[in-house]
Unconditional design. Structure first.
Length: 434
């Protein structure tokens, strides 16, 4: 087995002979090769499975607390690790690690993440579970810059919106199945500990498939843009202030969403008398709804220029649905509202696409701007369960904590007004410079 090299890309003039002539199409070309979609699909699978680890924690929480007693605040902290880490370090990680080979970066981070996912199954107290989850998040976060770079290497600009929608559909479908089956799988294989070990094996198989299939695609256009980055790409965070306003809106949407994913199963079991095997599927419908919304967004981003109308409309659903969800007891109605709440997230693939359309942005700057959005989502996903846990401990009411967080997406609706119209993709690939 050959030794895996992990090196910084050297600055050099690209050679026309270094790649196949058929792969000289630039980022603005009208088509994307089939292998690019395959690589993107594998990366989306790896990325979303890490989220399964994050959000199935809420479903398995009642069983985990039987082995490791902890307050709601500590539960919120465990749930927040994933997102708060990314919030604090997403931009510097993307700025620094965007210089490395993205294919090898994904493989190396995946191997170590799988190891520490396996070790979570051996946790004996809060501290050991915290450390195992934290290190898992650390290595998992290193995959982030690879996504932005590989999208630019393999997919045409006009396909980025569709790719983000497909990626979110993969994410939502996997999360839906994971949340629905987590409690059942834990029951069948003997508890939450072997469930984490089994998930580590699945992740290891994904990393192996990635290592066998994934490759870079360094075109002349990409290298010309990549090597034009002489100063730090961190400067991009100041050049595009609109992205900050949009980012705050995304943060507001994440607060009640992540709190529900963590605490809704416990709320349904403890306050509504619903069994855990039913609470899991109800929670899974949050992601079922978002999966449908994300599929719809792929069509909208490709054909509808007035994107802000779609963003404002879908985010309005995020204001109404959770307030209703927390105040009904009928199970079919609970399921319908959970699905509707997820549908409100249809705007997210469109927002994800914005960094790729920033005027004058270079490949590493795009990676940094993608990371800026990740930082806002990380803050929202991290603070949601943490605030819900703290408020529930203080007020003695999980319902009150979740209701308070449910009003924040009003800010998402307002920020949607800053979404620019979709630019028209070029009808034919531009000519390459000599």
């Amino acid at each position: 087995m050959s030794k895996l090299k992990f090196t910084v890309t050297a600055k050099a003039s690209p050679s026309p002979l270094s790649v196949n002539p058929s792969e000289h199409a630039p980022f603005d070309a009208g088509t994307s090769p089939a292998k690019g979609w395959l690589i993107f699909g594998l990366l989306s699978s790896l990325t979303t499975f890490s989220s399964v680890v994050q959000f199935t924690f809420g479903v398995m929480l009642p069983e985990i607390r039987k082995d490791i007693p902890m307050s709601m605040t500590l539960v919120g902290l465990l749930a927040a690790i994933f997102s708060l880490f990314n919030a604090v370090l997403a931009v510097p990680i993307n700025s620094w690690f965007s210089r490395y080979n993205p294919v090898k970066l994904v493989a190396i981070s995946g191997v170590f993440a799988a190891v520490f996912l396996f070790l979570q199954g051996f946790a004996w107290n809060f501290a050991s579970l915290f450390v195992a989850r934290f290190v898992f998040v650390l290595f998992n976060a290193l995959k982030a810059p690879a996504r932005s770079l590989l999208l630019q290497q393999w997919l045409a600009r006009r396909d980025i919106g569709l790719a983000n929608a497909i990626g979110q559909v993969i994410h939502g479908g996997t999360q839906t199945v994971g949340l629905a089956l987590a409690s059942l799988v834990a029951l069948l294989i003997g508890g939450w500990r072997p469930t984490y070990m089994a998930m580590a094996v699945v992740m290891a198989i994904q990393v192996l498939a990635w290592s066998l299939v994934a490759r870079q695609r360094r075109t002349e256009h990409y290298d010309r843009q990549f090597f034009a980055q002489e100063k730090t790409p961190m400067r991009a965070v100041l050049r595009y202030p609109r992205m900050w306003f949009i980012g705050f809106g995304v943060l507001a949407a994440c607060l009640p969403w992540s709190a529900l994913l963590t605490f809704l199963p416990s709320f349904l079991v403890e306050s509504r008398g619903i069994s855990l095997t039913m609470a899991g599927p109800v929670t899974a419908l949050l992601y079922a709804g978002s999966t449908v919304g994300w599929a719809l967004a792929g069509v909208v981003d490709r054909w509808l220029p007035k994107r802000k109308l779609f963003v404002v409309s879908s985010s309005t659903v995020l204001v109404i649905a959770p307030l209703l969800l927390l105040n009904v007891t009928n199970i079919p109605l609970l399921m319908a509202l959970a699905f509707l709440n997820g549908l409100g997230w249809a705007f997210w693939p469109i927002v994800q696409t914005l960094p790729f359309h920033l005027p004058g942005a270079k490949p590493r700057e795009i990676a940094v701007m993608v990371a800026l959005l990740q930082a806002f989502t990380g803050i929202g996903f991290g603070l949601g369960p943490l605030l819900a846990g703290i408020l529930a401990d203080i007020a003695g009411s999980l319902w009150g904590a979740l209701m308070l967080l449910a009003v924040f997406p009003v800010l998402t609706v307002v920020s949607g007004l800053a979404i620019p119209d979709r630019s028209v993709a070029p009808s034919s690939p531009p000519k390459l410079a000599a």
